[in-house]
Design a binder for this molecule. Structure first.
Ligand SMILES: Nc1ncnc2c1ncn2[C@@H]1O[C@H](COP(=O)(O)OP(=O)(O)O)[C@@H](O)[C@H]1O
Ligand SMILES: [Mg+2]
Length: 326
């Protein structure tokens, strides 16, 4: 029987080892790239620029892949997401941060179709997503990874990716069929992109946790997403592994022109890898902008630390110290 491999299961099977060095991908860069786009002004929050985008006008290369407007979710009397507006652009790494309970996962789940929204609009490449099933949204080109990797332990790395390719092509996702040469070749190509080509025939149960996350990423790429949603993709990983994973994700975003919306616990990682940051607190967007702006933003500091403290003074790990942020 094929059981999804839980985070704990993987750790027991060999987690904690460093990940292998990232594989080849076209646009890999160790530089924190500047944002490909200028910020979009949204209701209530001035679009004061990202670092690369002072001056206001949008670059012609800047294409909005996702437009979220007035998004709301009420759980009974609790307004978990309260009128949120933001855009994600092609090739952009957009971080969604905020204290624990701010509404980040709820936002992800509404965009991905796992949760129905209470109101608002989510347009993906011009089409409304609200009201569509998660499966339909995935097939339109929205990829997703989960905090706990959903990989089948008893299958090989390559078989997992082949399953994802089958699912992306609307084939029955019920039982494993013998590999077809074409899918096998495509799976290997995806594994090449995430630096796992040389481990294609290993069982997933033998992998270090960081490598499982790479397999999961290759599976998310099987549907050739224009937008990738990653809710804490590096949860449970050591700092070095986290950075290696985000280096890989950013390279893929740039090479494919793929937009990435992510949450991440470590402010170090957010500040190193995000092109722009949007900040939620109690369901509301309280700030958006480039990394240096968000670092210095008075309300963001207040929400995280109370008044006065800075991210630097807190060692860029405010969530851990204040028990917020997952
Ligand atoms: N399924 C649910 N039922 C009721 N309340 C929920 C549910 N999911 C989340 N919430 C509430 O919504 C708020 C936002 O939660 P969440 O989106 O998980 O925050 P975050 O991911 O930012 O930590 C919290 O108050 C949480 O308790
Ligand atoms: Mg969450």
């Amino acid at each position: 029987m094929n059981e999804p491999l839980s985070r704990r299961g993987v750790a027991a099977a060999g987690g904690g080892e460093p990940v292998s060095s990232p594989g080849a991908w076209a646009a890999r860069s160790s530089e924190p790239d500047s944002s490909p786009c200028a910020p979009i002004p949204v209701r209530g929050i001035p679009a004061s620029g990202g670092e690369a985008a002072q001056g206001g006008a949008l670059s012609p290369a800047c294409v909005s892949v996702l437009s979220v407007r007035g998004l709301r979710k009420a759980f009974g009397g609790n307004l978990a997401v309260d009128g949120v507006d933001f855009d994600v652009h092609a090739g952009e790494m957009l971080a969604l941060i905020g204290p624990n309970g701010a509404g980040k996962s709820t936002t992800f789940n509404m965009v991905g179709g796992q949760l129905p929204a209470s109101g608002g609009s989510v347009r993906f490449r011009g089409s409304e997503l609200l009201g569509l099933s998660a499966r339909r949204i995935a097939r339109l080109g929205v990829g997703r990874t989960f905090q706990i990797a959903a990989v089948f332990a008893s299958m090989t790395v390559c078989q997992n990716v082949q399953m994802a390719l089958l699912a992306a092509r609307r084939r029955v996702y019920g039982f494993w069929r013998p590999a077809r040469p074409q899918q096998h070749a495509q799976a290997l190509e995806l594994l090449q992109q995430v630096g796992m080509r040389d481990q294609a025939e290993r069982s997933c149960s033998e992998l270090a946790y960081g490598d499982v996350k790479r397999v999961e990423l290759a599976m998310a790429l099987a549907g050739d997403p224009a937008l990738l949603l990653m809710d804490e993709p590096a949860a449970g990983m050591a700092p070095r592994e986290r950075k290696a994973l985000f280096e890989l994700i950013r390279g893929l975003a740039r090479a494919r022109g793929m937009a990435v919306l992510f949450t991440e616990h470590s402010m170090d990682v957010v500040f190193d890898y995000a092109d722009r940051v949007i900040v939620l607190a109690r369901g509301r967007l309280i700030a958006q902008g480039g990394v240096s702006e968000i670092r210095a933003h008075p309300e963001v500091r207040r929400v995280y630390f109370g008044s006065g403290a800075s991210f630097e003074a807190a060692g860029a790990e405010p969530f851990a110290e204040n028990e917020v942020g997952s």
